[in-house]
Design a protein around this ligand. Structure first.
Ligand code: NAD
Ligand code: ZN
Length: 358
């Protein structure tokens, strides 16, 4: 038996207001006049409060990230190309935003030092050279992208991460003050991404005590804030932030499962966003995760959320085939969910029936 040797995030600062320490954290990482590039979620485009606390020095550059679509390899190439042509080398890439901004920062940092195109590195352990210094400041909690060793990208032929030891951040800044104004629905969808990570990890065949320890804690936190607490407060933000971190740590040493495998097909074909896509799928997974789905239904009701339905209505056979192909190519996810025999359990027909329900 060979055990995986995981590269994790090097430094973590946690605490309400710790974003103000970013300057002090970045100063020793600056290489002469090479700039820090801040990639900031364009949700904050006109937020002077946040923007003025970003430690922009010398010829640093602040780029508003367009996250109206989830990250694509083309957008990563565009930004990496722009930064390289303008500066040659940089001191680091700092991502500020939701999971999409986290993934953009990780991917752009990788493309600063690796030749070719981002699509060349979609897969497992294809990245050849260490990235430039990179730091992540999440402003939405749930994806676990702040701790993971992947960056999920839609490429010309697939939706797949750059999964490598060079992908995790060197530094993350966990400041719950930054997530306090997330709208109710968005908070729920991204929060449920975390809950679903936990269920898929804990009920998967890859589970071990490492993943179980983090997964159980994260699931307990999600249920506490989305089901048992009667109002949302500052502590809820802090708990959701730590649930996201722990959920990410849980899947680092296990894997996600059916909801993610099916939702990737929706994301690829229809552009359905990760959090909401997982909710749309998980809503129908009682055969695979009976207890998790029952709890999920209670959380949906308690939080007054409408989970969209009918999104695959009217699609052609060819379009269903595309989603099925994308989904079935996620071998590790299916193997974790259903075991080595998964192809006998999740046939194309069964998967099509599931897609038709969504
Ligand atoms: P997101 O980053 O796509 O953002 C969703 C929306 O919320 C955007 O409109 C954004 O502008 C807005 N937003 C961000 N911060 C906000 C704030 N503080 N207040 C209000 N609005 C805010 O959403 P997400 O659910 O965090 O991330 C989904 C992305 O993460 C997908 O691209 C998915 O593939 C990726 N992901 C990555 C991993 C990983 O391990 N790398 C894991 C899960 C998901
Ligand atoms: Zn997820």
């Amino acid at each position: 038996m060979k055990f995986r040797n995981f590269k994790m995030v090097d430094f973590v600062v946690y605490g309400r207001g710790c974003f103000n320490q970013l300057d002090e954290i970045l100063t020793p990482r600056r290489k002469g006049s090479a700039p820090m590039i801040f990639l900031i979620d364009d949700f904050f485009k006109n937020n002077q409060l946040i923007k003025s606390s970003i430690p922009v020095r010398g010829n640093d550059l602040l780029i508003d990230l367009d996250v109206s679509h989830e990250p694509s390899t083309a957008y990563v190439d565009e930004l990496a190309g722009l930064i390289k042509s303008q500066f040659g080398s940089v001191s680091g890439i700092i991502g500020i935003g939701g999971g999409s901004a986290m993934d953009m920062a990780k991917a752009v940092a990788i493309m600063m030092t690796n030749p070719g195109k981002a699509q060349d590195y979609q897969g497992w352990d294809l990245v050849k050279h260490p990235a430039v210094y990179k730091a992540g400041v999440p402003t939405l909690s749930g994806t676990g992208a702040e701790v993971s060793r992947t960056t999920v990208l839609t490429g010309p032929t697939r939706k797949l991460g750059m999964n490598s030891d060079f992908t995790p951040f060197d530094q993350i800044v966990l400041d719950a003050e930054l997530i306090k104004d997330v709208p109710h629905n968005q908070r729920f969808y991204t929060g449920m991404d975390c809950f679903i990570h936990c269920v898929e990890s804990l009920k998967g065949t890859f589970i071990n005590e490492f993943s179980k320890t983090y997964g159980e804690k994260a699931q307990e936190l999600c249920e506490h804030i989305f089901l048992h607490k009667d109002h949302w407060d500052e502590k809820s933000d802090e708990q959701l932030m730590m649930a996201s971190y722990s959920g990410g740590m849980s899947i680092a040493y296990s894997q996600v499962g059916v909801a993610h495998a099916v939702s990737y097909g929706l994301g690829y074909l229809l552009g359905t966003r990760h959090g909401i896509g997982n909710c749309i799928v998980f809503n129908h997974l009682q055969d695979f995760y009976p207890e998790g789905v029952e709890t999920f239904h209670k959380m949906v009701e308690k939080n007054n959320i409408d989970i969209p339905s009918g999104i695959t209505r009217g699609l052609t056979d060819e379009q269903f085939d595309t989603m099925i192909n994308v989904s079935l190519s996620m071998t590790p996810l299916w193997e974790n969910a259903l075991g080595t025999n998964w192809q006998k359990i999740m046939t194309r027909d069964r998967l099509k029936t599931l897609y038709e329900k969504l």
